[in-house]
Structures are given as C-alpha cells and as structure tokens.
Design a protein around this ligand. Sequence first.
Ligand code: IFM
Length: 438
Amino acid sequence: MPELPGGFLWGVSTSAYQIEGAVTEDGRGPSVWDTFSAAPGRIVDGTTGAVATDSYHRYADDVALMRDLGVGAYRFSVAWPRIQPDGTGPANAAGLDHYERLVDALLDAGIAPVATLFHWDLPQALQDRGGWLSRETAHRFGEYAALVAGRLGDRVRMWITLNEPFVHMSLGYALGTHAPGEQLLFDAFPVAHHQLLGHGLAVAALRDHSSSPVTLANNYSPARPATDDPADLAAAAAYDALQNRVFTDPLFGLGYPEGAADLSVVREGDLDVIAAPIDALGVNYYNPTGVRGPADGSPLPFEMVPLEGYPTTAFGWPVAPDGLREMLVALHARYGAALPPVYITESGCAYDDVIGPDGSCDDPQRIAYLDAHLDALAAAQADGVDVRGYFVWSLLDNWEWAEGFTKRFGLVHVDFDTQARTPKSSFAWLRERIRDHR
Ligand code: IFM
C-alpha cells in the first residue's frame, strides 16, 4: 500500500492551470479558465494561462528543484480537460500519460505525489451544460476521479478531491471575478452543494482504486468583527458560517449550518454521500477577514472591511499568523474527535520579488512570513491540534488567476519571458528549515 513519508510532511503546492501551459497539446480540451481569461477585461494584465510557467514541458526541472529543496511531497493538480476533453467519456490516454510521467519522476526523486483532482479548471463542455450549478457535474466528477485513480491509484500518496470550493463558488459563481464569471450572489448555493456531492462521489471512486488517504482542501479565514456592535458580531457569525462551516460541517455529518442557504437542491441521501469518511483535512490559510454589518439594502448579510494593524502582502492581504493558530484551534474545538489529522495544504504570500544585479532574488518578507506561520502551526500543535504537514504556496511564481502574472507567490522566481527559474532566498531558508527539522 502506498504510504506518505513518516514524520512531519513538508511540501509545496501548485495547480495545473497556473503552471502547465500547453493548453492545446495532447488532446486537452478547453476549460472555463481558457474561456474566461480570453475575454477582454477579465484579467488585470490581459494574460492567460496558455503558457504559464510551461511546466507541462518543464516538469522534470520542477521536480529537480523540489529534490534540491528537500520536500517530502508535491501537491499538484490534474487538469480535468486533459483527462476528459469534453468532461465525459473515456480517458484521453495522452492526458493520463503526462501525469504518470510526473508521478513517476516524483517517486524517483523520493517525493510523495499529492494529487488534487479539481483546482477550478472545469471542462468548458460541462460549463456549457450548467457547470457546478448542475447536479450532473457532480456525477461526472466521480467518473473522472475513477479514471485518474484507475491509472495512478497505486502511486499517488494522497488525494485531494477539491481545492477551495468556497472560493470557486464565491468568486466564480457569486461575484463573477473568477471563471466562469457568474454573479448570482446567494443563488450560487447549488455550486456549494454540487461540489460537495462531487467530492463524496469522488471519495467512493478513489476508494475503489486506491488505498491512499483522501481529503479535500478548504480555505479557512477567521472572521473578525469590526467592532463589538451586535450588527458586526452577527455579520461575523454569518461570514464564519459561509466560509468556514458550509464546506466543512457536512463532511463531518453535521449537515449545512442553519439558515445557510436555500437547501432545495439537497436530495435525500446526499448528505450521507458527502459525509463519507475522509482521512485528513486540508487547510489552506492566508489571512483573517474583517467583517461588519451590511449597509442598508445590501443583498448580503455582511460587508468585508480591511483589518487595521497588520502589515500587508503585495496582494493587500493582512499578514496575521495568529489567525492560523486561531483557525486550527477552532476546527479542533468544533469537530472534536471527528476531525481527522490536518495538513496545511497551502500557506504563502505574494511580494514584488525582483532579480538583483548579482542575479539573486532576495525575499526576506517571505522568510518572515513562513517563519511566523510555522510558529503558529507549532503553537496549534501545542494546543492539541494534530497538524501533520505544511505545504507552501507556491513552488514557483505562476499565473495568479484574475491577477495574471502580477502576483509572485513562489519560492522560485520565474522570468515569464524566458522561463528562467531562480530560487529565492526563501528557498534556501526553507531547505535549511526542513533539514533542521529532520
Ligand atoms: O493561487 C491561489 C491558489 O490557486 C488557491 N489558493 C490561493 C492561492 C493564492 O491566491
């Protein structure tokens, strides 16, 4: 049986559309992100992921970087449109071949492959039939999971069904700043339910083909009320339910939080499918969210406000490592014995990193960021939370969705014109940190 390496698991994360490029090669079909990014005005710098960091061709270079870094695991995502170009039917063998080459290269380098099945790049053909608003997509997702696990189930060491279903629902279907660009506000709730149903169906399919642990990666954010005013406290509670509980309570048999949404799409038996046991919980953490009561006439029960008193990253996100500890302790308190071991499946920051005259790339702010978040993780462990691993977002500077190439999250600087990769000072720092930890 394939196993994860013992001890604390150090890793790095990426996703297919953000790094692969090669969007028309080897039979890949179009995804919602190809469509969305090609439309004028959607991406701040007008770019697409058509080339990205060219990792479809340069995966061996990326694996060599990871071997040098000394990580025990690599979290990548499989592009669904490479496996099923139209979102249905038999597998495109060339698509599976690519991930097999990647997985085998990782294993040869002593790095555990951790595969995410859905990191937002839905086949456009499924979007044309309603995307995640349609229940059919959940069933197609289960079939796709079976195809991937049928080929790689003996070698992938951990499966992640979905990445950040909250972000996909809220930015993709409620607010429209991500693909597919729908602006349905609370009418986007079917997207939550169908993703979770798809997760449950995928868990069953993965169990049929693989004995490796299965999880999903949610992103969590403590909701911080702007003041003690009851309206702000109520708004923070509503935000907390939406981001931190809608996508987690049902996994642990608690159903949806009361009043969360119109549950008419939930059919008998769905909640049992969703609550299929998982082996771990993936936690992506970036920052807490400041919240206050909604303005009069707002369709939402909260309004997001900037948090005062924190330094910010180049994305404007507050740097608040205490929020990681707070969130982990909150998950532990809420789910108790039902909470499986936790892996931090994403943590990282964007800064405007540049190559200096001597050819090096110094990123002291990222070092400070990672150091502080690792301290917060250790504090949560001391509080009793079973945290077993930490994956940095990201290995490489890459294509940051609606921000295009303007936000650099990598431990490795990428020149997007030449594809030259230059490990930053945080890379050397993390390598030492991993070595010392052993
Ligand atoms: O780049 C994204 C990733 O795809 C999902 N989590 C957050 C990252 C930074 O925005």
